[in-house]
Each structure stands twice: as structure tokens, then as C-alpha cells.
Design a protein around this ligand. Sequence first.
Ligand code: ADP
Ligand code: MG
Length: 132
Amino acid sequence: MMIKPTAVRKGFIGPILAKVAEGGFRIKAMKLTRLSLEDAKKFYAVHAGRPFYGELTEFMASGPIVAAILEKENAVQAWRDFIGATNPAEAAEGTIRALYGTDMGQNAVHGSDSDENAAIESAFFFSQIERY
Ligand code: ADP
Ligand code: MG
């Protein structure tokens, strides 16, 4: 997962990590870092060609983010359910995107969409010795 730049800027790292714990997710790795535009383009390569790709990658490179590997039974789907719909305006009450998201682009957090992509995204940020 990632806590996106707007949520970091607004001081929501603490509240979001409290929700992570509340949801029963175990933090296996975590760091505060910043993506270069090149990194952001690589991370979101699957969306290259979509109309929002430029806006998304510029936004994700606009400031520090928190990246983390979360562990839980069926973690990918559990996390997606827990954070709510992509558009915070449509996210269920009490979900992280409903609570801390601003709009469709600035929706507070990222979640992987499959176990395969979760492994690729984890490797993007963390080496083996950074995982506990
Ligand atoms: P999700 O993050 O829920 O898996 P997607 O993979 O479809 O959603 O999109 C990746 C990210 O791109 C979203 O989290 C959001 O920040 C941004 N995004 C998606 N659709 C739009 C859109 N129509 N306009 C602006 N940004 C968007
Ligand atoms: Mg996605």
C-alpha cells in the first residue's frame, strides 16, 4: 500500500496507520520516501495511455509518500474492501478513502489489485532485508 502525497501533506499518516492496525493488518515493511516522475511512471505503467496517467504520475511524484507491505489473510481483497471505492465520494462510510480522500485522484491510499501485482509492487520498494 501507499499513503499518497495529499494525505501525507495533510498529516494523515498517523490516523491512517491507526486504521491499518484497527483493520488487523500487520506491517511487514514500511518507509517514507518520494517517487521521481520516472518512478511513478514505472509504478503505474499498467495505466499508461489512460487519460489520467499524466495527472496521476505527476501527483504521485509531487511529495513524500509512505509505502508499506501489509500482511493479512486474503490481504489484497481485504485491503481493497477496507479502503473503499476509488472515488472517495463513492467509498463506503468509515473506509480510509471516505475518511481521508480528497477526490478521485487524491484518494489517500493505494492498494494492489492482485497477489501478483502486490509482489511486484513490494519488490519495487523493499529488499528482502527490509521485510520483517
Ligand atoms: P485503484 O487505486 O482503486 O485500484 P485504479 O487502479 O483504477 O484505482 O487507478 C489508479 C489510481 O489512478 C486511482 O487510485 C486514482 O488515484 C487514479 N485515478 C483512477 N481513475 C481516475 C480518474 N478518472 N481521474 C483521475 N484519477 C484517477
Ligand atoms: Mg488499481
